[in-house]
Design a protein around this ligand. Structure first.
Ligand SMILES: [Zn+2]
Length: 242
């Protein structure tokens, strides 16, 4: 029985690590995603800035066209000066020119304002692009680090599976089946040491009768609560002395 127990404990060492690695592997896409988040956030902000820039440029072009039209009409108004006959007509004409000029000035102001906003936007885009470059570099480094870590884990897992299989072959089939069921239920932790009358797995106090039977070590018994296979330290010591 002691050799079987030894095998189970060895098996459990492998299985606990296997479960740990499998757990890490499940979390690895999230790790990658989290590492990429700052870059993705910046890229979305950059896209928003660029969209704003495009609409500002459109706004500028349309204001420029409007300005050209207004300059044209101001020019036309001015050119009618020679057609004027009376002083009254002349006064009205001056007023008309003044109105057209004011309108042109106001459009011009709008054009300048938009140009300024276009320049500010371009500056902001350039700054953010530099930040994006830095974030991209940082992410590339982190991604490479994570990927080599994932690769190491995958290698370790392959080795562990092989070792685990070898040990499993040495375990009696019914005991292995019992162990495997428990392993799945208890995330790799199927064998527990009894410590001061408590199960090392679920930490609950075991019935004294059960503790006494486990101590005798004639058979491998289950915890009454979590059903882990129980053993005591002296079972292993006896094995080493053999
Ligand atoms: Zn237990």
């Amino acid at each position: 029985m002691n050799s079987q127990l030894q095998f189970l404990i060895e098996l459990q060492k492998f299985d606990l690590r296997i479960f740990q690695i499998q757990d890490s592997q499940r979390k690895s896409p999230d790790l990658l995603k989290a590492a990429e988040t700052p870059l993705q956030d910046m890229l979305s902000r950059l896209q928003v800035l660029k969209n704003t820039g495009e609409s500002l440029v459109k706004q500028q072009r349309s204001a420029e066209r409007e300005l050209a039209t207004q300059e044209d009409s101001l020019h036309k108004v001015r050119s009618r000066l020679s057609e004027l006959k009376t002083n009254k007509e002349y006064q009205a004409h001056l007023f008309e020119i003044e109105q057209a000029r004011k309108k042109k000035d106001s459009i011009e102001e709008g054009v300048l304002e938009t140009m300024e906003r276009v320049q500010e936007n371009q500056k902001a885009v350039q700054e953010l692009e530099a930040e994006v470059q830095e974030a991209q570099k940082a992410f590339d480094v982190e991604k490479a680090r994570l990927e080599s870590q994932f690769a190491e884990l995958a290698n370790e897992l392959a080795v562990l599976n092989e070792q685990q299989q070898k040990v499993a072959e040495a375990v009696d089939k019914p005991l292995l089946a019992r162990y495997s069921r428990l392993k799945t239920m208890r995330k790799g932790f199927a064998v527990a040491e009894v410590n001061e009358g408590s199960c090392g797995g679920c930490r609950l106090q075991l019935p004294p009768q059960l503790v006494a039977e486990v101590r005798r070590g004639n058979e491998l018994l289950d915890c009454s609560y979590c059903h882990r296979i129980l053993y005591m330290a002296h079972h292993l010591e006896v094995e080493t002395l053999d």
